[in-house]
Ligand binder design. Structure first.
Ligand SMILES: Nc1ncnc2c1ncn2[C@@H]1O[C@H](COP(=O)(O)OP(=O)(O)O)[C@@H](O)[C@H]1O
Ligand SMILES: [Mg+2]
Length: 389
């Protein structure tokens, strides 16, 4: 199992900066997903780790040894690409054995290794077939097996599922998670797909325009996004984000959106928020509720709750859930809730009140998009360690 370490890696192509001083540690044995929009530099970063591309500046370190100038085959890494690049005229067994043949491993040892690796990926029955007779998922497992026979310290995978249809992608996702548990190797997995990242990663590194925006567990990125970019990249539908004018009433922040006044329940003296005149506020669609005062089955509204008078402009039926698109003055928001609850019967033009807890509110600096660290008042006296940092 290898630990991968990037120190201030910068890559420029013809003067264009594609990676900008990237620091990253992939811990030994972890499943790290490198996530980001198309063109943000994911493949370039993976190729630099593999040794297929040289960084313009910075270093690549594997297991404590600098390898920036070490050729790819001496780095003990296996790379799996989107196109599996299997040899169509060779059987599955011969495809898997190929790297061992190239390395002149004795025949008996090759056969034993191929059988062991094929069995671990459930390919024993398919060893005599050719790639053309396999499903996409099976081909992918052959490509993985071929990468595994050399017993690499880490697997580097570049969008390996993007050629599969949606159903097979979901199945293969689960297979990869199980595979990682079984082989206990370091995985660095590149994707632009947030669902793959959320479901598979021990940790996600989110890349934006060649810079690392945030590294953390899927829950950390989803629950405490450190920037507007992270907040809007993870989540479907994405987090509602809107700018509001800020004033102070009785020591508490009050947001104004056009004619609508929202009491945020945030202490005006809180660090990081002092003197703010304008803030970018964020709230996830699933954290907005219908405020139904007559519905006694719901818990009473907490005193610090947010209330937003809204008009429904569109409803989208997702089956179990419904998306309510609403306007709050000039701002458009999306709320996600169960279709069978109080949302039933709402349509275009319905006037409603949406509510949320202040602890569900994300606050960002509108100038640079960075998260502002405030602490939810309810979290302070009981659990001082529970902060929003
Ligand atoms: N060999 C190259 N020469 C010039 N530009 C390149 C080269 N490889 C990648 N790029 C550019 O670098 C940027 C990042 O590419 P890439 O790493 O492939 O992004 P991603 O994998 O995140 O989609 C893109 O703008 C791409 O056009
Ligand atoms: Mg790519």
């Amino acid at each position: 199992m290898s630990e991968l370490f990037l120190n201030a890696v910068t890559k420029r192509f013809d003067g264009t900066t594609v990676l900008d001083s990237v620091d990253l540690t992939v811990r030994s044995g972890e499943f790290m997903v490198l996530l980001g929009p198309s063109g943000c530099g994911k493949s370039t970063l993976l190729r630099i780790i593999a040794g297929l591309e040289m960084p313009t500046e910075g270093n690549v370190v594997i297991d404590g040894t600098e390898v920036t100038d070490v050729p790819p085959r001496e780095r003990n890494l296996a790379m799996v690409f989107q196109s599996y690049a299997l040899y169509p005229h060779l059987t599955v067994a011969k495809n898997i054995a190929f790297p061992l043949k190239t390395a002149k491993v004795p025949k008996q040892e090759t056969i034993a290794t191929v059988e062991r690796v094929a069995a671990s990926l459930g390919l024993t029955e398919l060893l005599d077939r050719r790639p053309g007779q396999l499903s996409g998922g099976q081909r992918q497992r052959v490509a993985l097996s071929r990468a595994m026979v050399r017993d690499p310290g880490a697997f580097l995978m570049d969008e390996p599922l993007s050629n599969l249809d949606a159903r097979l992608r979901a199945v293969t996702r689960t297979e990869l998670i199980e595979l990682h548990k079984r082989v206990t190797k370091t995985f660095l997995y590149v994707t632009h797909d947030q669902v793959e990242a959320m479901t598979m990663a021990d940790r996600i590194a989110l890349l934006n325009k060649g810079r690392v925006e945030q590294v953390g567990t899927p829950e950390e990125l989803y629950d405490s996004p450190q920037s507007v970019f992270v907040a809007s990249f993870l989540g479907a539908p994405p987090m509602n984000l809107f700018d509001a004018d800020i004033s102070v009433e009785a020591g508490q922040l009050v947001a104004t959106v056009g004619e609508v006044v929202v009491h945020l329940g945030i202490d005006a003296a809180d660090d990081g928020i002092i003197n703010a005149r304008r803030l970018t506020l964020g709230i996830r669609p699933e954290r907005l509720r219908l405020d139904d005062r007559d519905d006694h089955t719901r818990p009473a509204q907490p005193p610090s709750g947010i209330r937003l008078p809204a008009v429904v402009t569109l409803t989208e039926n997702l089956g179990g859930d419904v998306l309510l698109h609403v306007t709050v003055d000039s701002v458009t928001l999306c709320a996600r809730m169960s279709r069978v609850g109080a949302a039933r019967g709402l349509g275009v033009g319905s006037e409603i009140t949406l509510s949320a807890d202040t602890s569900d509110l994300h606050v960002f600096d509108p100038e640079n998009g960075r998260r502002l660290h405030w602490q939810h008042p309810a979290a302070r006296p009981v659990h001082p360690q529970l902060s929003f940092t």
